[in-house]
Write a protein that binds this ligand. Structure first.
Ligand code: C2E
Ligand code: MG
Ligand code: MG
Ligand code: MG
Length: 286
């Protein structure tokens, strides 16, 4: 814990900063330079179709490569949301991810789909739809190759506004996924109101699916609900083989998690696809 005399209050009040607060201040101060220096890099986590046993796409997950260090989103995304730097970060990741997706489509995975996380602030940008449209054009990418992931907690605050933007994106042909479903304020009303194509069931509901009948019942019910509404389901955070077998049994569509692979740098993702093409299995892929 460090103590500083606050300049802003004439030096009379003493502010106490914890280590976490210090780190936050440092992050806040370096975000803009980091954007300029292209330190925000997408890693890609494969998304696996358990109906047809193949890798059909990936989710882009940002990492901050700072010096030799790789910093994960939890340490800077919340701060970037506060400062607004998230907008530049999201659109940078979107651009790189679309290019990546186009490459895989050209390299023979014709149905390759790329999922990109967009925060509320980025969706709210006045040119959001225009930027997304021109990014797709830039790489000559079919709009249905792009899936925008939004989280419920962000939708919660501005549902009407978000619905308006998402509807415009739908008109373009872009796909929409509702991320982290099943934690916090998960509301069926959002599923009803928003033009979503995909429901991503949060890891927290899936961790104990092998030995917890309640979790299993909830997940199975969510999958059935999603299918009734014509939505595709992704189960997140799958780490163990038994989870995969159970999910096959209850007609889950897509899975994502360390069992298949961690999020990978572009070059390693190549290796992951190579391994898969060679062995036709997700066992010990990387
Ligand atoms: P998310 O979109 O729900 O992404 C899934 C998170 O779960 C990722 O964490 C991923 O690395 C992690 N994960 C995947 N499989 C497993 C597994 O089997 N076990 C465990 N324990 N974790 C797994 P990550 O990469 O740290 O990202 C955290 C969150 O940060 C993301 O959650 C997303 O909400 C946000 N985020 C990531 N990249 C971006 C971005 O470019 N823009 C915005 N706005 N948010 C982003
Ligand atoms: Mg996501
Ligand atoms: Mg999620
Ligand atoms: Mg999340």
């Amino acid at each position: 814990i460090a103590m500083y005399k606050s300049k802003h209050s004439g030096g009379n009040s003493v502010h106490i900063f914890t280590d976490t607060m210090m780190e936050e201040l440092e992050v806040e101060a370096s975000l803009k330079d980091a954007v300029k220096n292209e330190e925000f890099i997408p890693y890609y986590q494969p998304i696996y179709d358990i109906r047809n046993d193949k890798i059909i796409g990936a989710e882009a997950l940002v990492r901050w490569e700072k010096g030799g260090e790789v910093i994960v989103p939890d340490r800077f995304i919340p701060i970037a949301k506060k400062t607004g730097d998230i907008i530049a970060i999201d659109y940078k990741i979107l651009d790189k991810a679309c290019e990546f997706c186009k490459q895989w489509r050209l390299r023979g995975i014709e149905e390759f789909t790329i999922s990109v996380n967009m925060s509320y602030r980025s969706l709210k940008h006045p040119n959001c739809v225009e930027i997304i449209r021109s990014t797709l054009l830039k790489y000559n990418l079919n709009p249905s190759a792009l899936k925008i992931e939004i989280t419920e907690d962000e939708v919660l605050d501005y549902p009407q506004y978000i619905a308006k933007i998402l509807n415009a994106l739908k008109l373009l042909g872009v796909k929409i996924a509702l991320d982290d479903f099943g934690v916090g304020y998960s509301s069926f009303n959002h599923i009803k109101m928003l033009p979503i194509d995909t429901l991503k069931i949060d890891r927290s509901l899936l961790v104990k699916i092998e030995d917890d009948n309640k979790s299993l019942a909830i997940v199975e019910t969510l999958i059935n609900l999603a299918h009734t509404l014509n939505l595709e389901v992704v189960c997140e955070g799958i780490e163990e083989k038994p989870q995969v077998e159970i999910l096959r049994g209850i007609a889950c569509d897509l899975i994502q998690g360390y069992y298949i692979s961690q999020p990978l740098k572009e070059k390693l993702f190549d290796k992951c696809i190579e391994h898969y093409n060679l062995n036709k299995t997700i066992e010990n892929i990387i």
